[in-house]
Write a protein that binds this ligand. Structure first.
Ligand code: NAD
Ligand code: MG
Length: 379
């Protein structure tokens, strides 16, 4: 049964509209084969040149196809490839990309095309935000995480030695082209990691979608129509939140469900992707957020069990004991959470749930309560 009632389809792609004001509204197009047709969509934005920013892995897989499509649409094109991985969200790579765009003679009216996962989207988006005080950019996300999360919403940036995403800008894309066929080449592990964010949308505010995921997850992984549908539903959910709270003064924080614990685990594993990738930290974080909610008497234990069962079913971790190499004791986790930006005046702010699809922002959570919970989890 289709759940995408409010998205449009023209037989070629699903479209989710992001109705931001000030001329910043844009479409998210979702479907197989969109990268080969990227040129038409980009040319319709009215530029003379479009320069692709990507990573070496994605360049090898899709770079030439996108370039050919841009050229066929009459655009002068170029391609800049950075090393794959989080380390490219650095000052040095940002400088190289910015100078590369200038060397390609990108003018105020031209476009940057971010082709790749969230690393490329954040980096290229930030370079576009600051190049000549801002040039337009198109997101062409090629990981599940980027298609359902990072390509929508306009947060761009790089990392500082002081922490992740500390240097950045809000810069909305002019178009998002999510080619769901591109996910066929993604590793199982990256696919699962992105899936944690998919499930998150159901857990935040859409119990029907979570139930639909329980029934259709295999189709999302294998690349059937369920994949396009899931990406569209997630984009619609994120777009709704972004339109209501673009700069995270309130509701947008709900998107951090599972992330307070998850970020702490990423920190404790030194951001070593061999040990833990973001989505795996989020999966454990989602399970913890629901068990913590149950412990506080907010949500039924059964609901927390259902969440963990589903994540485990797709092969995601759900317990602290599953962190490779361990993650220290309750105090170490609390300490790592304390560095999270959601800490205000020493009290912790969590996203908790009254049930599946019933998440809410819970400020002022007592540290002792968290410590006791984590100790039980680790016992
Ligand atoms: P990523 O960009 O590093 O991609 C993961 C790996 O997959 C890379 O090695 C990449 O080369 C490879 N890859 C990408 N597409 C592929 C494809 N189609 N086939 C084969 N391999 C492919 O990681 P990610 O998980 O996409 O993104 C993580 C980043 O996103 C983090 O830096 C995070 O901070 C950021 N993020 C940003 C936002 C936001 O709102 N801006 C939201 C969430 C996450
Ligand atoms: Mg996330």
């Amino acid at each position: 049964q289709a759940v995408t009632a409010v998205t449009e389809t023209d037989g070629e792609a699903l479209t989710v509209h992001v109705p931001l004001d000030g001329g910043r509204a844009y479409d998210i197009r979702i479907g197989r084969g969109l990268l080969d047709r990227a040129g038409a969509g980009v040319a319709a934005l009215g530029a003379r040149a479009a320069v692709i920013v990507t990573d070496e892995t994605v360049a090898g897989l899709y770079g030439e196809r996108v370039r050919a499509s841009l050229e066929a649409a009459g655009l002068r094109s170029g391609l800049i490839a950075v090393a794959p991985g989080e380390a490219s969200k650095s000052y040095a790579t940002y400088a190289a990309v910015s100078d590369g765009l200038l060397a390609h003679k990108v003018e105020r009216n031209d476009l940057v095309v971010a082709l790749g996962g969230g690393v490329v989207g954040d980096l290229a988006g930030f370079a576009a935000a600051t190049l000549r005080r801002g040039v337009r950019f198109v997101q062409a996300p090629t990981t599940l995480l980027a298609q359902v999360d990072s390509s929508v919403g306009g947060k761009t940036g790089i990392n500082s030695p002081h922490g992740k995403n500390l240097i950045g800008a809000f810069h909305q894309p002019r178009l998002v082209l999510a080619d769901t066929g591109a996910l066929d080449t993604l590793s199982e592990r990256e696919m699962r990691a992105g899936y944690a964010e998919v499930a998150k949308y159901g857990l935040i505010g859409d119990a029907d979608f979570f139930a639909w995921c329980e029934a259709h997850w295999a189709g999302i992984f294998s690349g059937g129509p369920a994949r396009d549908e899931a990406v569209a539903i997630c984009c619609r959910a994120k777009a709704g939140v972004v339109v209501r709270d673009e700069r995270e003064d309130g509701e947008r924080a709900l998107l951090n469900l599972g992330h307070t614990f998850g970020h702490a685990l990423e920190r404790l594993t030194g951001y070593e992707s061999e040990r833990l990738v973001h989505g795996e930290g989020v999966a454990i974080g989602l399970a913890l957020a629901f068990r913590f909610s149950a412990r506080l008497g907010l949500c039924a234990g059964q609901e927390a069990g259902r969440v963990a069962n589903h994540l485990a079913m797709v092969g995601l971790p759900t317990r602290l004991q599953q962190v490779p190499g361990g993650c220290g004791g309750a105090e170490a986790i609390l300490e790592a959470m304390g560095q999270d930006k959601k800490v205000r005046d020493g009290a912790l702010t969590f996203i908790l749930a009254r049930g599946i699809g019933k998440s809410f922002i819970a400020p002022g959570i007592d540290r002792a309560e968290v410590r006791a919970f984590l100790s039980e989890e680790l016992a």
